[in-house]
Design a protein around this ligand. Structure first.
Ligand code: MG
Length: 328
């Protein structure tokens, strides 16, 4: 009799594995100072008079970027913003960052200085400081940024969405999906394509925190990230494909298929939030003050659970792919 092969990460998938991990970390939640344990955009600690928010994110060469897609400084900025995006989604302001780098010995010292300067400059722009980190050798370049933030009021969790509320997103979606598609086309032609900038939603995230009931940053794609909100809140959501705000580069790349690409593509790092319809005008004003557009893309329903999408013809629409998973 043959023993069954142990299941690989590819078999299980990133999100299913994380879902199995979280119950095993239950003891973390019982600690007095852990206000929000694993499973949200960031952890929340009660260590001072304001909630402290803590998150970490890695950018790995060959997975998230290739060298030449961005200047070292822009790559450092991106690594910081990707991590800070989770702090913004909790309604908190960054106060400090740590940077862990793995790099091959062949990498130029100047490039590493540029990367670090990108992280430090971006942290400073948010009123935060790069206070430490680690450097180790590896065949691939990887940047892991940890951000510590402070919430001026209560933190916003994924679990606050209620039936009858509207679902809004900041900015426009699909620029990262367009980049991915352009990259594939250009690799064949031997051309390099620059990574789109991660939007800076730090200030608007904090400003919206007083108005919204739930919030998440869009790292895995609207449909999948809204699914995380629905699961945490025990609700369902209806999304109108025609109402998804589409980035210009996504429209150019995908034409009529652009709204679908914007709905399912990952790495846009815009914010998605839910709020009562009566609060929408205030939320729009708050966002506008930060120069950010807010689009209503759907509403929260009690049943069925999960995300349903309605196509432009009013009929149910099923995405061809469900969003990003690192291992599948
Ligand atoms: Mg997140």
């Amino acid at each position: 009799m043959t023993r069954p092969r142990p299941r690989s990460l590819g078999d299980v998938g990133e999100h299913a594995w994380l879902a199995s991990l979280i119950p095993r970390l239950r003891s973390a939640r019982r600690r007095r100072r852990v206000l929000v344990g694993p499973g949200d955009d960031a952890a929340v600690l009660g260590a001072g008079d304001r909630p402290l928010v803590l998150t970490t994110d890695a950018l790995v060469e060959g997975t998230h970027f290739e060298r030449g897609w961005a200047s070292p400084r822009a790559l450092g900025r991106r690594a910081y913003r990707v991590a800070a995006s989770d702090v913004a989604a909790m309604g908190a302001t960054p106060i400090a960052a740590l940077l862990a780098v793995t790099a091959p010995p062949s990498m130029s010292a100047r490039d590493l200085t540029g990367l670090t300067a990108g992280v430090a400059a971006e942290a400073t722009a948010h009123g935060a400081a790069l206070v430490g980190g680690n450097l180790a050798r590896d065949a691939r370049l990887a940047l892991t940024v940890t951000v510590l933030g402070e919430a001026p009021g209560a933190v916003v969790r994924r679990s606050g969405a209620r039936p009858g509320e509207v679902v809004v997103v900041t900015g426009a979606l699909g620029a990262a999906a367009a980049h991915l598609a352009n990259r594939r086309a250009n690799r064949r032609a031997g051309r390099r394509v620059r990574l789109p900038e991660v939007p800076d939603r730090a200030a608007v995230g904090v400003a919206l925190a007083g108005v919204v009931s739930a919030m998440i940053d869009l790292s895995d794609g609207l449909s999948q990230d809204l699914g995380h909100v629905c699961r945490a809140s025990g609700v369902g959501a209806m999304v109108a494909l025609a109402d998804v705000p589409v980035a210009a580069s996504c429209r150019r790349r995908f034409g009529p298929a652009a709204p679908a690409a914007a709905l399912t593509g990952g790495e846009d790092y815009e914010l998605l939030a839910t709020l009562p319809p009566a609060a929408l005008a205030v939320a729009r004003r708050v966002a506008a003050r930060h120069g950010v557009a807010l689009a209503v893309v759907g509403r929260i329903v009690a049943r069925p659970r999960g995300v349903r999408v309605v196509g432009p013809d009013g009929r149910p629409w099923t995405p061809a792919r469900g969003g990003f998973d690192h291992f599948r």
